[in-house]
Design a protein around this ligand. Sequence first.
Ligand SMILES: O=P(O)(O)OC[C@@H](O)[C@@H](O)c1c[nH]c2ccccc12
Length: 398
Amino acid sequence: MEGIVSLRPSTPRVSFHFPKFPSSRCSIPSILRSPMADQRICIRAQQSDSKDVSSTLSPFNESEENALKIKEWEVGRFRDEIASSQGIRIRRRPPTGPPLHYVGPFEFRIENEGNTPRNILEEIVWNKDVEVSHMKEKKPLFSLKKALDNAPPARDFVGALRASNLRTGLPGLIAEVKKASPSRGVLRENFDPVEIAQAYEKGGAACLSVLTDQKYFQGSFENLEAIRNAGVKCPLLCKEFIIDAWQIYYARTKGADAILLIAAILPDLDIKYMTKICKMLGLAALVEVRLVHNEQEMDRILGIDGVELIGINNRDLETFKVDISNTKKLLEGKRGQMICEKDIVIVGESGLFTPADIAYVQESGVKAVLVGESIVKKSDPAKGITELFGKDISCNFQ
Ligand SMILES: O=P(O)(O)OC[C@@H](O)[C@@H](O)c1c[nH]c2ccccc12
């Protein structure tokens, strides 16, 4: 693949080609030998007959602020490069050209795929990046750390799922409090999060998942907080697109007992780091992999120590396609053995509507399910749970 660099000096325009990324992307040497370094060399070579060019081109002569911008830009490119070596196609931010001062008097631009997200997941992540940076300005980490002292205690999310599985002989239910989604639109007009949460608890849910993303799911942290403060005993998963460790602290201050980490967005190092933060805060981390076309994500996550809970999302968040039929294939053989050895709880997520769906994922090795649409749409969500499982799983019943 070739990238094109255009230099637009006040004098004649110069443009030339350079290899955009080295083909092998995983080794450290390829990272150290960054495309940026190649560009610098090219630019210097192109400009070598003009006077004093190397000094104006060198970032080391820029002001500190410019040098910082350049570093940030380079770090962003390295991060995307590392992510891409792990099969992650989601870019954390819209691609931008390097800071203008990178080449001194020249305007420097890389032609890229444009600043349009490639799919809905990438769009959500780009929006989240802006949203989180605003939130961080309002509540810096040190103030969140102080607020942790007043947060309600974290409860055992994974323990509740295991206990429910033992009690009912069926997968433990994580019932989702979700008003809307980009793929299904508004699911419930008359939406009272606390009422729904209480109905789920009454119906036998082991845990709840509360959407907090506002823009795409019409959720909120207020909903999470209200459910926690209403005295609902089921442990709560904060269903958010986490791209920054700050969000984990924030979720905890709002009463979350677990958070979601999406393998399609986060490179291994982020997952390792964030899992450790969760442990430190007493939170469970549900690490989500996609079922559709994706064994690589499962293998990546199985290779990370300390992961206790893996969700297999039957919906591909890039295309919205739902398919549960590969669950069995993904969980058999060596992977199944590893899951057993590590005592990992597998959660089947999305697109589950009938007792037959539940039976199928259970036979495949799933010990818990995450369900939204099929129960949140019901006028009585507690009854919806009984219909979904084909039997009453509430505590009162047994
Ligand atoms: O409503 P459903 O099809 O039962 O799906 C629930 C849940 O799995 C889904 O909302 C979900 C799974 N992973 C996510 C990540 C972000 C937002 C939402 C999700």
